[in-house]
Ligand binder design. Structure first.
Ligand code: SF4
Ligand code: MSK
Length: 665
């Protein structure tokens, strides 16, 4: 693949990264001297280290590091490990790393939930209906119990699943029965949440599990403990505590920063502190302090998935996705960036130091040299939020030369699976039946999930062109994470984007008034997609299992280990998942074939690899068509083929919008 052309220089000799807003900020004189990941990519190249690309280097013991080449007899590890063993071990460790991040996130939410249930935090149990439904699902009888007692019981029950040693995780039982049978037969039912990560770390230690297949089975089990365990716990308990999302209008992109207000950005993944900051942002005492400092108020915005959490539930705008985190600070207009865990670049610290910005870490698990640390505790949530807000206010008078680009885009977000149920079926007959019926009658070809990060390796926004091609082909698109923010910047999260949809999909969208691309939340909220797929199966007419659905998933710009864990839990749940621009096992054909072929036989779902948006679209639509044919729904449906002229024409998507040079977004 020619990757060199993927990184284009901006007009002013500054790095150009994906979005016009980024380009404008980094080319502005107030960003002079600032070094961001875009600059580092420019100087180091997009493949900073070739050692390890393809997954066949091992440094699991001090006889190495060993570089291993498949098929070359002399290029095995000192211990004799071959490429398949090492690639599978490395893959399993990637899954363990990604799953562990979600597991610790889920644990944090569960403890915050329990403290809230006991009245020890300023939060409340907002969704009593979901609490009762969840209790029933866990086998807890909600009858005769008040909200407090029930929440305590649910919280304690779910916390116990993190340290559970034997048995089956409770939410696993939500999956379609044939799916559970497959997991049982392949021996990958997760027994406890933490146990599966520990077992991967043990098995991948020097001299333990040497068989690639055995390693990949444990990787699958660990990933399921993430998706159907920790991530689902994080999503469900966050919904019960902070409210289940419903559709709301808000905005995304750097232009949501405000010229005349104290700008505080929250970045990372956890919703807990961000909720407290949202609670105090309008506190009269804080607003008065901001006014005294010369500002008109306090403007809270989000970055990455903490941003997605408060966007979904509170409509708080997102100023940036992963690749924009440093650029948001390079505006010089942010008084404080408050970070919790995951996807927070160390490069933020020097960028913040370049300005008056205070970078504030808040988790004992995640400190950064040069940042101020203010430890967050749920029991003191409002006090901590006020302390942070006051520090940000005190920085406002120090704001110097700055530049806020105009780019911002209207979005509609908040599509929990409960909301999709309601929107499609209406208040009195909430159901996935209309979706299934419209798939069966061919108005909707199928469903695609575009999830995950954005990444400096991919300078074109592949996921945006892909989404346009999918919706033009009547595929309903579900998005999460930073991919969702990118879609928002490009105008695809607004109902007006339905104009880009094929006739069938458009007809359905017009009837319900929702966008063709539905924002379903943060990284942990990929668990919502598992439930939505399960609901489609249970509703009937589209097969007996998730693997029967005309559905495909992808992460075209994946960056984090979490994305691999997410991809693996979808594959093990029966989904076809395409990753790009690279896959971490390609140094071993044996392991890659197992992931790309054998997993299909085992799970009815498999991995695949693509690079261009057109490759992704072709593969995903082919899969959806094949599933339609298998269901007997193969009434000929014309494929809209995108040529270069059509791509250019769609360029910004809706006239005058989008995240391409010359657009507004
Ligand atoms: Fe090399 Fe084997 Fe040690 Fe890995 S475990 S570093 S392959 S000797
Ligand atoms: S924040 S994991 S860059 S989606 Fe969830 Fe974005 Fe990927 Fe982090």
């Amino acid at each position: 693949m020619d990757t060199s052309r993927r990184f284009e220089k901006g007009n002013g000799g500054c790095p150009g990264i994906q979005c016009e807003a980024n380009r404008e900020v980094l080319c502005n004189s107030c960003a002079e001297g600032v070094v961001t990941a875009a600059h580092r990519v420019e100087s180091r190249g997009i493949e900073p280290c070739l050692f390890g690309k393809g997954g066949t280097c091992c440094k699991n013991c001090n006889m190495g590091p060993c570089q291993i080449i498949e098929g070359v007899e002399t290029m095995v590890g000192v211990c004799g490990a071959d490429a398949s063993t090492v690639a599978a071990r490395n893959f399993a460790r990637i899954v363990a790393g990604g799953a562990a991040a979600h597991m610790d996130h889920g644990r944090g939410v569960a403890f915050a939930f329990l403290e809230t249930a006991k009245g020890e935090t300023p939060y409340e149990i907002k969704d009593g209906i979901k609490l009762r439904e969840t209790a029933l699902r866990l086998g807890i009888d909600p009858a005769e119990k008040d909200k407090t007692d029930l929440a305590i019981e649910v919280g304690e029950f779910l916390i116990s699943e993190f340290g559970q040693q034997q048995g089956v995780l409770s939410f696993v039982k939500r999956a379609p029965a044939p799916r559970q049978e497959i997991w049982k037969n392949t021996g990958i039912i997760p027994r406890g949440i933490d146990r599966e990560v520990v077992e991967i770390m043990h098995r991948t230690h020097m001299g333990v599990d040497q068989h690639y297949e055995n390693l990949l089975f444990q990787a699958a089990r660990c990933a399921l403990a993430d998706g159907w365990g920790a991530s689902m716990i994080a999503t469900e308990l966050s919904d019960i505590m902070f409210g289940t999302p419903v559709p709301l209008r808000t905005k995304v992109n750097i232009g949501v920063l405000k010229e005349d207000e104290v700008n505080i950005t929250v970045h990372g993944h956890e919703p807990v502190l961000a909720e407290a900051l949202a609670m105090v942002a309008n506190d009269p005492e804080m607003v008065a302090a901001a006014k005294k400092a010369g500002a008109k108020g306090i403007n809270l915005t989000g970055v990455c998935c903490t941003g997605n959490e408060i966007l979904m539930r509170r409509g708080i705008p997102i100023s940036g996705s992963f690749v924009q985190q440093e650029v948001v600070l390079a505006t010089g207009a942010v008084e404080a960036m408050v970070v919790d865990v995951q996807c927070v670049m160390q490069g933020l610290s020097p960028v913040a130091n370049h300005y008056h910005t205070e970078l504030i870490t808040t988790s004992s698990k995640a400190k950064i040299p040069g940042a101020t640390h203010i430890q967050f505790e749920e029991g003191r949530a409002l006090d901590v939020a006020k302390e942070i807000t006051k520090r940000a206010i005190s920085k406002y008078p120090e704001r110097g030369k700055h530049f806020i680009p105009v780019h911002q885009m209207d979005v509609v977000a908040g599509f929990s699976h409960e909301t999709i149920n309601y929107i499609l079926g209406g208040r009195f007959r909430a159901s996935y039946k209309p979706l299934n019926d419209n798939i069966a009658n061919g108005r909707i070809r199928g469903v695609a999930a575009i999830v995950g990060c954005d990444n400096y390796k991919v300078m074109e926004e592949v996921h945006i062109d892909l989404a346009k091609e999918l919706i033009a082909n009547d595929v309903l698109v579900l998005v999460t994470g930073c991919a969702a923010t990118g879609m928002g910047r490009a105008g695809l999260l607004s109902p007006e984007a339905m104009e880009m949809a094929g006739d069938g999909l458009k007809e359905v969208l017009e009837a319900v008034g929702c966008p063709p691309v539905l924002h379903m939340g943060s990284c942990v909220d990929n668990s919502r997609l598992l439930i939505a797929a399960t609901e489609m199966v249970h509703t009937g007419g589209l097969g007996e299992d998730i693997s029967d659905l005309p559905m495909a998933g992808c992460a075209p710009q994946w960056m984090s280990e979490k994305a691999v864990s997410i991809g693996q839990y979808f594959v093990s749940s029966g989904a076809y998942v395409v990753f790009g621009p690279s896959f971490p096992t390609t140094g071993s054909k044996v392991v890659t074939d197992f992931c790309f072929k054998e997993m299909q036989n085992l799970y009815g779902g498999m991995w695949d690899l693509a690079q261009t948006s057109n490759d992704f679209a072709n593969k995903m639509i082919d899969r959806i068509n094949a599933k339609r044919a298998a269901l007997g729904l193969d009434k000929k449906k014309e494929r809209v083929l995108f040529d270069m002229a059509m791509r250019r024409e769609l360029g910004s998507g809706i006239p005058g919008v989008g995240c391409k040079p010359g657009g507004v977004g």
